[in-house]
Ligand binder design. Structure first.
Ligand code: DUC
Ligand code: ZN
Ligand code: ZN
Ligand code: ZN
Length: 466
């Protein structure tokens, strides 16, 4: 039982001096000024610190089987790294195999995730359509606590769906009160351009961004919005990385269409120059999709976050070690796509967003936690500091500096894309379900302590909540 004393509580709405009491069931039981320490409570000194809802990363891929290999952070190492960076919940993706039903796949992911150190929930990917999928979507929403589904418009001959499948799934999700999420890149165009580049002898990482130019994302984002609009269902676009996609989302919202957009901090700080590194491996580390863009796209993403037209930040945390990246040495299309980053999301957004004056601390809380909790129907249990909420709390030092390095990170991967970058703003202490699990550099993550987040279907109002 903890008494968090003397800090400034920051929520998405306001900042106030207040203490917090967390009981032994892992809930917040009191919030108020100058509280007495009840018997049996340990005092956590929050003097000089900001006390914020723990981060929620709505987009991770722990131990994901992908492109012939498996992501190296598992549900334990990945969530533990998250706790060290102030993130106390993740939403990961169930990727159904061709040999298993959706429901069987969800069960397999539940098993894998039992070792998680923080709370976790699942989006379930829809990769084809038939009566079984229709039925399983119902079971997942009604009995399994899944309220969101994922659709890949890219990765042809693997995860990619046709528009017709997307429509079937969106209609079904709509009748169930679930939210459709989408990876929006035109997969046919990508496959065509990849082939073209390979035929011209362009086999290195620098061909990766050329095979997925901004227009490929812009077109797919617009198409997804159009399809969702035909059916009148809400849509959440993951990893928005371009001006074109930002603008399509903003325009849809201005027409009154319920569309949300997510941004990855790495797209805010890296541009396509990362692919020109003379060291093959150095460039290959940045091979993820969508790729890093010409720098001017960053302005659009910041504008979206600052204006509220883009609502969340995530990492798409998907670790492949150097040896795994080597699989694409002769052919860039075989480099496993993915970048690590769950441990650094909050610091990088604080440094480049709040410290630079683009975002307020309240915006930061909204973008790292509260908006995600609202959109995926976990609020106010998650994403808030209020009586009855889960005691998932980060004690944030707004000015302390940290130099990011693989030598000190907790992610199970042998490099860090932010290597050598000095950022200000860091998690001093992280509390997960009422337990102090990160204490000034000391990681006390407990294997299996994370709980599965059951997220009920949303009864959405005519006017969307964010
Ligand atoms: N993009 C990646 O870079 N990795 C995992 C899946 C994805 O869409
Ligand atoms: Zn139906
Ligand atoms: Zn994706
Ligand atoms: Zn992803």
């Amino acid at each position: 039982m903890l008494h968090i004393r003397g800090g400034t509580v920051v929520t998405a709405e306001r900042s106030t001096r207040a203490d917090i009491l967390c009981d032994d069931t892992g809930l917040i039981v009191q919030v108020g000024a100058n509280l007495e320490t009840p018997a049996g409570y340990d005092v956590v000194d929050a003097g000089g610190l900001l006390v914020m809802p723990g981060g929620i990363d709505p987009h991770t891929h722990m131990e994901m089987p992908f492109m012939g290999t498996t992501a190296s952070d598992d549900f334990y190492t990945g969530t533990a790294a998250g706790l060290a960076g102030g993130t106390t919940s993740i939403l990961d993706f169930v990727i159904p195999g061709s040999d298993r039903t959706l429901l069987e796949s969800w069960k397999a992911w539940r098993e894998k995730a039992r070792k998680a150190a923080s709370d976790y929930g699942f989006h379930v990917a829809i990769t084809h359509w038939n009566d079984q999928v229709h039925a399983d979507m119902g079971t997942l929403v009604q009995d399994c606590g899944v309220n969101s589904f994922k659709h890949f418009m890219a990765y042809k001959n693997a995860l990619m769906i046709e528009d017709e499948t997307f429509l079937h799934s969106m209609r079904r999700a709509g009748e169930l009160g679930a939210l459709c999420t989408v990876h929006a890149e035109n997969g046919d165009a990508v496959a065509y351009l990849q082939q073209n580049l390979l035929e011209k002898g362009q086999t290195g990482p620098e061909a990766h961004p050329a095979s997925r130019p901004p227009a490929v994302e812009g077109e797919a984002t617009q198409r997804a919005i159009t399809l969702a609009g035909l059916l009148g269902v809400p849509l959440y676009v993951v990893h928005v990385s371009t001006e074109e996609a930002t603008s399509a989302i903003a325009q849809a919202r201005m027409r009154g269409q319920e569309v949300y957009g997510e941004v990855l901090p790495q797209h805010l700080v890296f541009d396509d120059q990362v692919y020109t590194a003379s060291d093959w491996l150095k460039a290959a580390r940045y091979v993820m999709s969508p790729p890093f863009r010409p720098a001017h796209h960053q302005k659009a993403l910041w504008g979206g976050l600052m204006s509220g037209q883009l609502q969340t930040t995530a990492t798409d945390h998907c670790c492949f070690c150097k040896a795994q990246k080597e699989a694409g040495k002769a052919d860039f299309t075989r480099i496993p796509n993915g970048t690590p980053g769950i441990e650094d999301r909050m610091s990088v957004l604080w440094h480049f967003g709040v410290k630079s004056g683009k975002l307020t601390p309240e915006n930061f809380v909204a973008l790292t936690s509260t908006n995600t909790a609202r959109i995926f129907n976990m609020y106010p249990r998650k994403g808030s500091i209020t009586i009855g909420a889960d005691a998932d709390i980060v004690l944030w030092d707004p000015t302390a500096e940290r130099t990011i390095s693989a030598a000190t990170h907790h992610q199970n991967v042998d490099y860090n894309i932010y290597e050598g970058m000095t950022v200000s703003g860091l998690a001093r202490k992280t509390i997960s379900n009422g337990k102090l699990v990160w204490d000034n550099g000391d990681l006390k993550a407990v294997r299996g302590a994370g709980r599965y987040l059951e997220r009920p279907a949303y009864k959405r109002s005519a006017r969307f909540p964010l």
